[in-house]
Design a protein around this ligand. Structure first.
Ligand code: CO
Length: 457
């Protein structure tokens, strides 16, 4: 089944745009919030009292890095259940330490920590920049209105006299240069071994006076945000690759970009929700968690009560009992969407021979008997049926029996909520590289299945 070429290119172009403007989970949430606002969705805050109406469309974020979006169904959730798609907003990267700046051998460098399972070698010799969240002293002149406005460069109130603002430098500030081969003769035989403490700190500048160099990062941030460096209370910043995502391959069959894992899944879920019919019978929910790459155990991660809290508030908004929530969950399906491993032609032996997903051959259902993926027989069949109905090809993945299996937000969500779950995702190569590779047709396939999920009864 071949899809309309223009349509799939447009889908992937829109994904690339999202990736390009969203270097951190904070920016991912902001990008989606902007999109939701213009689609007429109403922003909610967890600390406020909610008055939800049936047919109402809402979104709520936690920590500015996780997001739940929902469209309340015409039928109560205990009658029709929730249709939920989950994905994650974070990707492996290098993050600045609390006191990052140090001077060494004439260079100004930044101390970094590795966030998640990054393919470290791919961070070397690239044009790197910085992005993230800056916490500032709340000054009377900069008072944030109680409406918590959060447009570009506007501050978000975080209380205790602090406001936070997002920042993206968008220019080549940093580099982690590889050692020349003349000084590391065996690197091609032994592989590039990088000690995170010693070999990953990027170079920011040449030392230009001790005091000036020590305050260089704060000065750059202050200049970018047009504030005083003395007002900066904290930086939560990460490195990112400046190279924009692109179509690639002889027939534009590929996408090369950063953070395809897992912004491709977030993007597909959002597109499907926004393109679903205005009036939905069941309640549709998207949950995009931060911190999947470090195990999900945070206040806004997959192990947190974030999703359950929201489902409970939806279920009990009309003074219904807590039983309504439990009945709703028992009727629900959770699609946990995260990228899958396509077979690599140079390393085909790393896959089980009967489970070799191909790029541009549709979404992959991931199963594991040890339940590192939450898929079971029923949910796998239900997802396969959705693919059949939407005329989308479907593939299956099971890890080699002699290898360890990765995991997703699927098992933690299934465990927390007791909800039926299927783990699926689009096939890709170079997972967790600074620049990943996926198929330009798979995005449209995934969106079609998600739309079918929201449409079906
Ligand atoms: Co992932």
């Amino acid at each position: 089944m071949k899809i309309n070429k223009k349509k799939y290119l447009d889908r992937s172009r829109s994904l690339i745009e999202l990736i390009n403007k969203s270097p951190t989970p904070f920016h991912v949430v902001q990008s989606f919030e902007d999109q939701l606002k213009s689609a007429g969705y109403v922003q909610l805050y967890e600390q406020d009292k909610w008055n939800l109406s049936s047919g109402g469309k809402y979104y709520v974020s936690r920590n500015g890095s996780s997001l739940v979006v929902f469209s309340v169904g015409l039928k109560a959730s205990e009658e029709s259940g929730f249709k939920i798609i989950g994905a994650h907003t974070d990707s492996p990267n290098l993050r600045l330490k609390p006191n990052p700046v140090y001077l060494k051998n004439g260079y100004v460098q930044l101390g970094v920590e590795v966030y998640g399972g990054a393919l470290l070698s791919t961070w070397t010799d690239r044009d790197l920049s910085l992005a993230g969240r800056v916490i500032l002293k709340e000054l009377p002149t900069r008072k944030v209105s109680k409406s918590h406005s959060r447009a570009n460069n506007q501050a978000t109130l975080v209380d205790y006299g602090c406001v936070s603002r997002l920042i993206t430098f968008d220019r080549p500030l940093l580099r982690i240069p590889q050692l020349a081969i003349h000084l590391n003769r065996s690197v091609n035989e032994k592989g590039l071994v990088l000690n995170p403490q010693n070999h990953l700190p990027p170079i920011l500048a040449l030392v230009d006076g001790k005091t000036k160099s020590k305050t260089l990062l704060a000065d750059l941030v202050a200049e970018e945000l047009r504030c005083k460096s003395a007002d900066i209370l904290g930086l939560e910043m990460q490195l990112y690759d400046l190279q924009k995502g692109t179509f690639a391959g002889a027939n534009s069959e590929f996408l090369f970009a950063s953070r395809l894992d897992n912004l491709a899944s977030c993007h597909a879920a959002m597109a499907a929700l926004l393109e679903s019919p205005k009036k939905n019978v069941a309640t549709h929910v998207l949950v995009f968690y931060d911190n999947e790459e470090i195990g999900s155990d945070t206040a806004q991660g997959g192990s947190s009560p974030f999703l359950k809290d929201i489902l409970e508030r939806i279920s009990t908004t009309k003074k219904q009992s807590r039983e309504a929530l439990m009945r709703g969950i028992a009727r629900s399906l959770f699609i946990s969407a995260d990228m899958a491993h396509a077979v690599h032609p140079n390393y085909a032996e790393m896959h089980d021979g009967n489970h070799m997903p191909m790029i541009n051959a549709g979404p992959v259902i991931k199963s594991h008997s040890g339940q590192k993926y939450a898929t079971e027989g029923v949910t796998s069949s239900q997802f396969e049926e959705l693919c059949r109905r939407s005329k989308v090809p479907v593939q299956k993945f099971s890890v080699r029996s002699d290898m360890r299996c990765g995991s997703t937000i699927g098992p933690v969500t299934a465990t927390n909520l007791g909800i039926r779950t299927v783990d699926i995702g689009s096939p890709m190569l170079s997972m967790h590289s600074i620049r990943e590779m996926a198929g330009s047709e798979d995005q449209e396939y995934l969106i079609r299945v998600f739309k079918e999920f929201f449409k079906s009864e």
